[in-house]
Design a protein around this ligand. Structure first.
Ligand SMILES: Nc1ncnc2c1ncn2[C@@H]1O[C@H](COP(=O)(O)OP(=O)(O)OP(=O)(O)O)[C@@H](O)[C@H]1O
Length: 324
């Protein structure tokens, strides 16, 4: 991967650092009786990498889907560069938001280069007749698209594999290709859904470098990830979703030290948690069982005799090895 962070490739129209590019307000998503996301506010500023974390089922992907037009939020509003987003994913991509998916979605039987070219369709101005007639305008546009796609492949470190079939790439490289394809739409905001899932530590480190390089090109990044070390190292700001609601938001140090976040992750009962009474009951039962076991171990040997008896019974059982 090249880590050239000069601004020559800065996304066209990249806003000044610190300007709000994404502004989600009061986003709520219900599926029938289930509220997967409840009243979530989140902003992402240009030049920022923001992390979205939370336990399984917290609503992270649902929230992403609300930002990218895959779902229309039941309530709330999402603005990108001050404009309310259209409710169709291809229009959201055209507006400037690109994404990758938790489960890689590449065209497995197309080449690496072709996959990136597909990602450029929202930026290709040549229309239907131009493509059919294949005049000079079409050929010029096609050459420019290929050049840009190769540039992106070089950026993610896959230029040498441009002609390989996507399905033949190792897992970590497939993830990089997905990122290159997303970048091909020249986004101002990139959403990454678990970009390091299934990666080894070396690949994770490379992914981290790649995301920094993307940010340095003027593209804001919002990333969902379960790997805490990765997220706290990478992000300027982290928001924590728990049961569909934003629990905490702040810089990595603040979020890491927040007791509510620790409780949500290790499954300890939170304040006013309706499951607290049940958890206390289980804890008491476990303590009682432990006490009983300790008493048996330190007891008169009755426990040991019973154990020996049980062992003898087992050994003498028909069908066992010693039943000759
Ligand atoms: N299309 C859907 N229809 C019904 N329920 C859904 C739908 N999508 C998600 N859910 C539910 O919404 C809740 C949030 O799911 P979501 O996938 O957004 O969580 P997540 O935080 O991304 O989880 P994970 O970290 O495991 O990917 C879950 O209870 C899930 O079962």
């Amino acid at each position: 991967m090249t880590t050239d962070t000069t601004t020559k490739d800065t996304a066209p129209g990249a806003p000044a650092p610190g300007t709000t590019v994404l502004d989600a307000r009061g986003v709520t998503m219900r599926f029938g009786g289930l509220t997967a996301v409840r009243d979530v506010d989140l902003t992402v500023n240009s030049g920022e990498i923001v992390g979205l974390i939370g336990p399984n089922g917290a609503g992270k992907t649902t929230f992403f889907n609300c930002l990218t037009g895959l779902y229309i939020p039941t309530e709330g509003e999402v603005r990108y560069k001050d404009k309310v987003l259209p409710p169709k994913s291809f229009k959201v991509t055209a507006a400037g938001i690109a994404r990758t998916f938790q489960n890689i979605r590449l065209f497995a039987n197309m080449t690496v280069l072709e996959n990136v070219l597909v990602g450029r369709h929202t930026r290709t101005k040549e229309g239907f007749w131009s493509a059919i007639l294949r005049g000079p305008g079409f050929h010029r546009a096609e050459a420019a698209s290929r050049a840009r796609a190769m540039e992106l492949l070089e950026f993610v470190g896959l230029d040498a594999k441009a002609d390989h079939l996507a399905r033949n790439l190792p897992y970590g490289e497939q993830r990089k290709l997905e990122i290159a394809r997303a970048l091909a739409s020249e986004p101002g905001l990139l959403l990454l859904d678990e970009p390091t899932a299934g990666m080894n530590p070396q690949e994770t480190r490379a992914a981290e470098e790649l995301i920094f390089a993307i940010r340095d090109q003027g593209i804001a990044v919002l990333v969902i990830e379960h790997d805490m070390r990765f997220i706290f190292n990478l992000c300027d700001r982290v928001a924590v979703l728990v049961q569909g609601q934003k629990l905490v938001e702040g810089d990595p140090a603040t979020v890491q030290g927040d007791e509510r976040v620790i409780a949500a992750y290790i499954g300890e009962p939170m304040e006013n948690d309706p499951g607290a009474a049940e958890a206390a009951e289980v804890e008491a039962a476990e303590a009682a069982a432990e006490e009983k076991a300790e008493a048996a171990a330190a007891g008169t040997g009755a426990g040991a005799d019973a154990e020996a008896e049980a062992e003898a019974t087992t050994d003498a059982a028909p069908g066992k090895e010693n039943d000759r």
